[in-house]
Design a protein around this ligand. Structure first.
Ligand code: ACO
Length: 358
């Protein structure tokens, strides 16, 4: 049953672009298959902040039919019903929450936000009004256990989507940064890129935190992280702020996480080519270990690298997986495909299963 279920979403006629991608690249689907299989064992309630969108509703249809998740649709009910009808979807039995008609929740959620943010310059009226933003409303549903995970970001830029979640749900205890990781599924296997979405210019200390979060994120996929801290410099070969920062981050991270394989600072081609390392840097911890996790010095390099690879390379980008939030929240890349949405929801469900166990 699992086989047929998964096949249906991997090759769906709703998503010609993805079908083409799959055929052209022929990348290995096992990583996501494992996640989907885990998700189906205990589907969780996933609230979609942008349910008045046809791609979201088509993804919800697949997720419900394949029992990967229990969708909760957030948005104006008439508009959602209209799109369902126009696209001949069948989402009967799926809960629709219309925040604009839900005075009880708007007030209750507003009061809770006020308690959280009253010393951050917000009045009760501000909080009530903010709850009409579905990213606040949806985050609050997750915060209060009325949903298990939030998916948003398809139609709004990233900062506007992540801030409400940071305000309502916040980061995990003991951490002060969140970060975004992409899985680049390539014909050389999966590679994990981080931080590709959140921290504009992290300090060395913040990079150490990003390395720790990313290592956990890679283990989430049952893969052992082998981490390269990237730079334009190889082990002190070049000067400059970024070279110094990445060298320092590598040293601090090696000390803080002695059980992880971490090497750097190094250029991307060196990280991915063990011959160059053997010849020039025989001390590299990545020799014989095949780097699979790339840590970028800043947001420009991480974001540009993954986007270039997904447009020009033989790779499928899965993510961004938001790391370090206190509850499962995942923010889609603007304009994600149905396939990308389905993948992210499967990840969010497994994330919720694991957070529940803790
Ligand atoms: N991790 C955890 N918490 C954070 C982080 C972080 N990285 N950044 C900010 N916060 C917290 C702050 O501590 C603050 O908490 P508080 O209000 O309780 O004191 C709260 O979030 C809001 O802080 P602000 O200073 O208002 O937020 P800021 O202006 O720093 O914005 C944001 C944070 C939105 C994440 C910002 O850093 C940003 O815009 N990053 C770039 C995002 C982006 O555009 N990415 C590229 C596109 S993504 C893609 O391509 C898929």
């Amino acid at each position: 049953a699992m086989e047929s279920g998964v096949a249906k979403y991997v090759i769906t006629d709703w998503d010609a672009y993805n079908l083409e991608l799959q055929e052209r690249i022929g990348i290995d689907q096992r990583l996501m298959l494992r996640v989907v299989t885990r998700a189906k064992k205990d589907p969780k309630r996933v609230v979609f902040a942008e349910a008045d969108n046809v791609k979201i509703l088509k993804a919800a249809q697949i997720l419900r039919d394949e029992r990967v998740a229990i969708p909760i649709l957030l948005g104006r009910k008439e508009k959602i019903d209209e799109i369902i009808e126009a696209n001949k979807l069948d989402l009967s039995g799926v809960t629709i929450v219309d925040p604009y008609e839900d005075e009880e929740r708007l007030r209750r959620f507003g009061n809770i936000l006020f308690e959280k943010r009253k010393r951050k310059g917000l009045t009760p009226q501000d909080c009530y009004r903010l709850m009409k933003d579905r990213n606040y409303f949806g985050s609050m549903m997750v915060e209060l256990g009325e949903a298990d995970a939030l998916i948003s970001g398809l139609t709004k830029d990233y900062p506007k989507t992540i801030l409400p979640a940071l305000h309502v749900i916040g980061v995990k205890k003991g951490i002060d940064r969140v970060a975004g990781m992409y899985i680049m599924n390539t014909d050389r296997g999966p590679f994990f890129f981080s931080d590709t979405t959140v921290n504009v210019n992290p300090t060395a200390e913040q990079l150490v935190e990003i390395i720790g979060l990313t290592a956990e994120g890679v283990k989430f996929f049952d893969i052992e992280p082998k981490i390269a801290v990237l730079s334009y410099s190889n082990f002190g070969s070049a000067k400059g702020e970024v070279a110094a920062k990445t060298a320092k981050a590598t040293a601090l991270a090696k000390a803080k996480y002695p059980n992880l394989i971490i090497e750097g600072e190094m250029q991307a081609n060196v990280a991915l080519n063990e011959e160059i390392q053997e010849e020039n840097y025989p001390f590299s911890a990545l020799i014989g270990n095949k780097a699979n996790t790339l840590i970028f010095p800043d947001l420009s390099s991480g974001n540009i690298a993954y986007k270039l690879l997904s447009e020009l390379g033989h790779a499928e980008a899965i993510g961004p997986v938001l790391l370090g939030m206190n509850k499962p929240v995942h923010i889609l890349q603007l304009g994600s495909s149905i396939r990308e949405i389905v993948n992210m929801v499967a990840i969010a469900v497994v994330d919720a299963q694991m957070k529940e166990k803790l």
